[in-house]
Write a protein that binds this ligand. Structure first.
Ligand code: OGA
Ligand code: MN
Length: 202
């Protein structure tokens, strides 16, 4: 991957798409780490009793290195990306959290932002796709809007593709898929009060 080109793109327009971020074999290996158990996705951090099926219907499983070597490798690549982003863009990214997501036929995620200024420490979103042979008729596009809520682009969730964008700037949605759709959604976060942390210091 050309880190310089990716960082330039994020700096100038706020997003980048990297096709073949991983090889087909590496994508297969990651798909082999998909968990047997999933939890319904929430909205925000604490939505235990909130029925959010009108907003999102995917199921998730948080990534941990012990899910397998391919997952540990993926997290290591994200760590490398974090360091490059900090060096080239001075984003002050502190850590990374990510989950597998599974959209079954008919599942979607309505338009949302991943972070709101001053209310979240998520700064940079990554979405990586695990789907072989994704065809247009399968739906499930990632539809991205600009900061003024105008349509920007549709991104097909094809295997090996990595999408990166500034978490606060781009509303987006996942259109209903009509076959099973797998991704890894992740967020680089900043740390500390005064940098957008939700909780004030004790
Ligand atoms: C998310 C998200 C997009 C996708 O999980 O917040 O927007 O294409 N995912 O899976
Ligand atoms: Mn999102």
């Amino acid at each position: 991957m050309d880190y310089q080109a990716v960082m330039d793109a994020i700096y100038t327009r706020g997003w980048a798409i990297v096709d073949d971020f991983l090889t087909a074999a590496e994508v297969d290996a990651l798909r082999g780490c998909l968990p047997g158990e999933w939890q319904p996705a929430g909205i925000g951090r604490d939505t235990l009793h909130q029925d959010n099926r009108d907003i999102r219907r995917d199921q998730i499983h948080w990534l941990e290195p012990d899910l397998g070597a391919p997952v540990a490798d993926y997290l290591a690549r994200m760590e490398a990306l974090r360091l490059v982003a900090n060096r080239m863009l001075m984003l002050g990214l502190f850590d990374y959290e990510a989950h597998f997501a599974r959209y079954r036929s008919g599942d979607f995620y309505a338009t949302h932002r991943d972070a709101f200024a001053g209310r979240s420490n998520r700064r940079l979103t990554t979405v990586f796709y695990l789907n072989n042979d994704w065809r247009p008729e399968a739906g499930g596009m990632l539809r991205i809007y600009d900061d003024k809520d105008q349509f920007l682009m549709d991104v097909s969730p094809r295997g090996g593709r990595l999408v990166i964008f500034l978490s606060e700037e781009f509303p987006h949605e996942v259109l209903p898929a009509n076959r099973e759709r797998h991704s890894i959604a992740g967020w680089f976060r900043v740390n500390g009060y005064g940098m957008g942390r939700v909780d004030p210091p004790r």
